[in-house]
Design a protein around this ligand. Structure first.
Ligand code: ATP
Ligand code: MG
Length: 232
């Protein structure tokens, strides 16, 4: 098992103004899975993903990823975990505006002792003709592909994607999901996708619905459908 979350709770605010966001969430994700976590806005999806990515910490509970017990680790150990084991794709890309596509990817390549071949990755993600452009010269979908390449170049065991299609139109969204599927098949990367779009669940091996900070439904699918067949 790659991820084991046990009874985590997370809230914001003090006693009189407390917002309990995650209320006793437990889940397991196996290595090599595509896991889709969906739920309405405000249900706690990004909070959960940020805890998995060690960008945030739970108030209670245990989180184990790649054999590492995050709840017991110090800040410098968590930074190393983020650097070595994780790729993170944010909803709004977070590319460095003053660097070209290839330079944005190289920043992360340099962090890893075991990076993927950057030119092969650029090819896989259809960025060859854009590699010397700056982010402002790219469409949203091209920027998102660059963000995925940047997250993947380190060859992480785990790729965390927060609304990877949130800002994209329908056909580009499907193209993006097809790329994630390809990455999962070619590199064996475990992928967790958080989304408000439940149709994306059809491409996953493992589907988790979250509502009001709790898991409201969970299912496994041995024969997920091809990305081309998704529709919403
Ligand atoms: N740093 C924070 N301080 C206070 N409240 C927060 C903080 N981060 C999140 N929240 C609250 O936690 C709740 C869950 O937020 P979260 O971002 O996890 O939801 P989400 O499911 O990702 O929503 P969306 O689909 O809109 O992205 C919301 O009510 C939000 O206002
Ligand atoms: Mg969110």
């Amino acid at each position: 098992m790659l991820i084991n979350i046990e009874h985590i709770k997370k809230g914001y605010g003090d006693k009189s103004n407390r917002n309990e966001v995650l209320k006793d969430v437990s889940l397991q994700i196996e290595e090599g899975e595509i896991c889709v976590i969906f739920g309405p806005s405000g249900s706690g999806k990004s909070t959960l993903l940020n805890i998995l990515g060690a960008l945030d910490q739970p108030d209670e509970g245990r989180v184990t990823v790649c054999g590492k017990e995050l709840h017991k680790m110090k800040m410098n150990e968590l930074a190393k975990y983020r650097r070595d084991d994780l790729g993170f794709v944010f909803q709004f890309y977070n590319l460095i505006p003053d660097l070209t596509v290839i330079e944005n990817i190289q920043v992360c390549e340099n962090l890893s002792p075991n990076p993927l071949d950057i030119n092969e990755l650029i090819k896989t993600l259809g960025l060859e003709e854009h590699k010397y452009k700056f982010p402002y010269q790219l469409s949203g979908g091209q920027q998102q592909r660059c963000a995925i390449a940047r997250a993947l170049v380190k060859n992480p065991q785990l790729l965390l994607c927060d609304e990877p299609t949130g800002a994209l139109d329908y056909s580009i969204s499907k193209e993006m999901l097809g790329l994630l599927k390809k990455v999962n098949e070619e590199y064996g990367t475990t992928i967790v996708i958080v989304t408000h779009n439940n149709a994306i669940g059809d491409m996953a091996n493992h589907i988790i619905a979250i509502r009001d900070g709790k898991i409201s439904k969970e299912s496994h699918n041995d024969e997920p459908c091809d990305v081309e067949k998704l529709s919403w």
